[in-house]
Design a binder for this molecule. Structure first.
Ligand code: 5GP
Ligand code: MN
Ligand code: MN
Length: 406
């Protein structure tokens, strides 16, 4: 099955756009954004577009952008290192309590997350547990190096955000797989500190473009050429924020597991280290014989045999996948179903009754503030999975029974 390369008109000098959409709808605005990216002179070979593609701020969600000699900080975005972690437990469906409300509140207590149906928690720790202290100790030396040059990243909340979920579409779920095994799965990134780093460097890149008299088709695509003043600092800072995000997810997962262990009569274990993947990040990789930077914005690495997570929505199934290592896709796959409509459009179109109906088997929020996350605001995950059958194999199919949204 070949990727679709023919449906986007391109400037002669632009690189090809290879799309794994195959029948999944793509908005015109997303196509326009991709055309702008493909015109940049440092794109390596082509850009690869995943079936969950949709318009993003700065650059398109669901895109894989290989570059040679430059990085676009807005292509990574401001939630640097956002991604997913999943852990299979030794519990099965029979071990679940009759009512899942208790599990939901136990998770809400174990993970500071911003918004609950009862009001806000602070979204950060008042007294971070010892595990947060030791995780921060791992991150701190490199952070001090970054702050020596960029003191504005210093903020006492950085450390209090480690092991916390954040609001929006960040979530913690309890799921059952096709064998009725219980899994925990969660979605989060680098919180306030990643946001500060992302915003700061995006602004610096825009200033550099002015300084170098570079006119871009879209000013959000401002970049750092390798060898210029901020390039190495950005690489160090983004790498640090990605490590923060990965540890953030690990800590939350460990806390979710112990919170449920504390209220479950049957002892159980969870394979906490099984899958932990970023879906907004940049790193050095080797493709087609060259060392390049690969930016995945709403895309997951799918090297041969590599495990990844593709969530559906609050009411749809999610997938644990194994990469097939498709070279043309720069060894990537989608990061979810992707939105079909904006948050505002979803709020206009749907009601609380629709949300209740769409999530009737899920112990989750059903209030008006979560309507922008209604399952119908996302693409059909089955169509998205069919479109990338040459990128990943499905290893497990998960359906949530509890969903805690930030
Ligand atoms: P993003 O990182 O772009 O904000 O979202 C990643 C993907 O997560 C979305 O494209 C969507 O498919 C999926 N998703 C959003 N909310 C939920 C949720 O509550 N539960 C699950 N399982 N998936 C979700
Ligand atoms: Mn995020
Ligand atoms: Mn995300």
């Amino acid at each position: 099955m070949q990727p679709e390369t023919h449906d986007i008109m391109q400037a002669e000098y632009a690189k090809p756009i290879k799309m794994w959409t195959r029948g999944v709808p793509v908005e015109d605005d997303a196509k326009k954004q991709l055309q702008n990216i493909a015109q940049l002179p440092f794109i390596y070979k082509h850009i690869a577009v995943m079936p969950d593609v949709h318009v993003g701020k700065g650059s398109t969600i669901g895109s894989v952008i290989p570059t040679l000699g430059a990085i676009i900080p807005a292509a990574v975005g401001v939630d640097i290192g956002c991604g997913m972690i999943a852990a299979k437990t030794t519990l099965t469906a029979n071990d679940l309590p009759d009512h899942l409300y208790g599990w939901r509140t136990a998770i809400e207590k174990a993970v500071p997350h911003g918004l609950t149906f009862k009001g806000r928690d602070k979204g950060s720790w008042e007294n971070p547990p010892a595990t947060v202290d030791s995780a921060w100790a791992q991150l701190d030396p490199r952070f001090q190096d970054l702050c020596a040059k960029h003191p504005r990243f210093k903020n006492t909340n950085n450390y209090k955000h480690l092991g916390t979920l954040g609001t929006g579409n960040h979530f913690v779920e309890v799921c059952l797989d096709e064998t009725d095994a219980v899994w925990f799965m969660l979605h989060s990134g680098s919180r306030g500190v990643g946001n500060a780093i992302g915003c700061y460097f995006i602004e610096l890149a825009k200033k550099d473009m002015q300084k170098f008299f570079i006119n871009l088709p879209d000013k959000e695509l401002a970049y750092f050429p390798e060898g210029t003043e901020h390039f190495d600092d950005y690489v160090a800072a983004v790498g640090w924020a990605q490590d923060f995000a990965r540890l953030n997810r690990e800590l939350m997962m460990a806390n979710v597991v112990s919170a449920i262990q504390a209220i479950t009569p049957k002892p159980f274990t969870a394979d906490v280290e099984a899958v932990n993947c970023h879906h907004n990040y940049v790193q050095r990789e080797h493709h087609f014989g060259h060392n390049v930077f690969v930016t995945r914005k709403g895309a997951v690495a799918a090297w041969p045999g590599q495990m990844g997570i593709i969530p559906g929505s609050m009411g749809a199934r999610s997938f644990i996948v194994r990469g097939k290592g498709e070279a043309e896709a720069f060894c990537s796959c989608s990061h979810g179903a992707g939105r079909v409509m904006s948050r505002t459009a979803a709020k206009r179109k749907f009601t609380i009754a629709d949300q209740i109906e769409a999530t009737k088997d899920v112990e989750c929020r059903k209030d008006k503030d979560v309507i922008d996350e209604i399952p119908m605001a996302y693409k059909d995950i089955d169509a998205v999975m069919r479109a990338q059958a040459d990128l990943v194999d499905i290893v497990h199919t998960l359906k949530q029974v509890v969903c805690v949204k930030g």
